[in-house]
Design a protein around this ligand. Structure first.
Ligand code: T4K
Length: 364
């Protein structure tokens, strides 16, 4: 049996390079609480993401929760259920009510035509998801948000480094959350960030991720701990050197899949979006009237030691923990896609021969 192929594999620098990067931590003994490497990474990410402000966190989920708190959202938040648990959990854990909007059948992002009918006097914000690195209709979302005086926080966990007509995706909305988890295009082992334009938010985010401490002895907020440590930041500094190369390699894998699965009846691929420079984060395939259904394909692949994943099934609105918690709107397109989608293995050092093998199994 061949070695297992997982849906993704963490990108890592050379071992020696990481050791070199962390060596001075043994001199300084300064391991966390916004140390030198943390600050260095924040600066480099501001440049890379072409955004005025970046605030680092220990993971993407807590970054999203803290952005919700910092922007003082209240009441209802319009979002989509076709996402990882984190998006909806963050809204609910901050005491807000998610109002589920359907998605587009083409790119699986929020269906902007349906947002306005969901707005009530309780709505304070929209939290759309750039799912798989596909970018939401950011201009239309901005128009709606302005008209109804709503805040916008993008869940950009999948969208690191993506540009929209040359503009960084990090510059849209009031804030964008990026995940730097081990499974992401750019990783800091665990980690995340909030990117934002309004510099006034910076202090609030710093305080909210550090127990509400405003200065020594002054605790002005009831807050937890969500700081990125120096070992995470060191991993980020190393990985950032290679991220463009990694994205290029992902692009080759992505294109090979398109070439091999492109014109097959019943197999729907995510078309490249106009004006978007992708990061090739995921390769979603929708099996819609294909000769085998999604679950059969998943099983055939796993029999060959290849582990595709049902990202994102079930919808978050179907989670057991949310039954009877709030009124759940129907999202028929999201349900349809969730029942048929599979994300195939995609990572920078997946060989083109392995892609061929995966596609052969699917076609057979
Ligand atoms: N919003 C969205 C839209 C998200 O997708 C996520 C996270 C978040 C918010 C929250 O961001 P973070 O708080 O995580 O920063 C994984 C990831 O844990 C999660 O970060 C990610 N989304 C989600 C889509 O995928 P699982 O439970 O599927 O991961 P797991 O452990 O099954 O790993 C998947 C595959 O990745 C493994 O089969 C092999 C590979 N892998 C995994 C790990 C842990 C590695 O190569 N190295 C590793 O260290 O959730």
């Amino acid at each position: 049996m061949k070695n297992p192929i997982q849906v993704t594999r963490s990108s890592m620098p050379m071992f020696e390079e990481y050791i070199e990067e962390i060596r001075d931590l043994w001199d300084s003994h300064w391991l966390t609480n916004m140390g030198i490497k943390h600050n260095q990474l924040e600066k480099q990410l501001r440049d890379y993401l072409m955004v005025p402000n970046v605030s680092l966190f220990t993971n993407g989920h807590l970054a999203l929760e803290i952005a919700i708190e910092a922007l003082e959202l209240t009441g209802e938040v319009i979002t989509t259920p076709f996402t990882f648990a984190s998006t909806t959990h963050a809204i609910v854990r901050k005491g807000l009510t998610p109002v589920f909007c359907d998605i587009n059948p083409e790119d699986y992002t929020i269906q902007t035509e349906s947002i306005e009918e969901l707005i009530t006097e309780k709505t304070s914000a929209i939290i759309p998801v750039h799912v798989y690195g596909n970018i939401c209709n950011v201009n239309e979302i901005e128009r709606i948000a302005k008209k109804h005086n709503l805040k916008v926080i993008y869940d950009a966990a999948h969208a690191f480094g993506v540009t929209v007509n040359g503009e960084s995706v990090a510059n849209y909305g009031d804030a964008s959350m990026f995940s730097f988890h081990a499974t992401k295009v750019f990783n800091t082992i665990e980690g995340g960030a909030i990117a934002f334009k309004d510099s006034d938010l910076k202090d609030t985010l710093n305080v909210l991720k550090n127990f509400g401490i405003t200065s020594q002895g002054s605790i002005d907020y009831v807050a937890g701990n969500a700081k990125m440590n120096e070992f995470q930041a060191a991993m980020g500094l190393c990985n950032l050197n290679y991220v463009d190369e990694e994205i290029e390699k992902r692009k080759k894998v992505f294109k090979k899949y398109i070439e091999l699965l492109g014109d097959i009846k019943g197999i729907k691929l995510s078309e490249p979006q106009d004006g978007i420079n992708s990061n090739y984060a995921y390769f979603p395939v929708v099996f819609d009237d294909y000769k085998y259904n999604r679950d059969v394909v998943l099983e055939k692949l796993s029999n060959e030691n290849i582990y595709a994943r049902k990202y994102f099934y079930p919808l978050t609105s179907e989670f057991i923990c949310y039954q009877d918690s709030f009124k759940i709107q129907e999202t028929p397109i999201a349900s349809y896609i969730a029942d048929r989608v599979l994300t195939l293995p995609l990572f920078s050092d997946l060989s083109l021969e392995e892609v061929e093998r995966i596609c052969e199994i699917i076609k057979k």
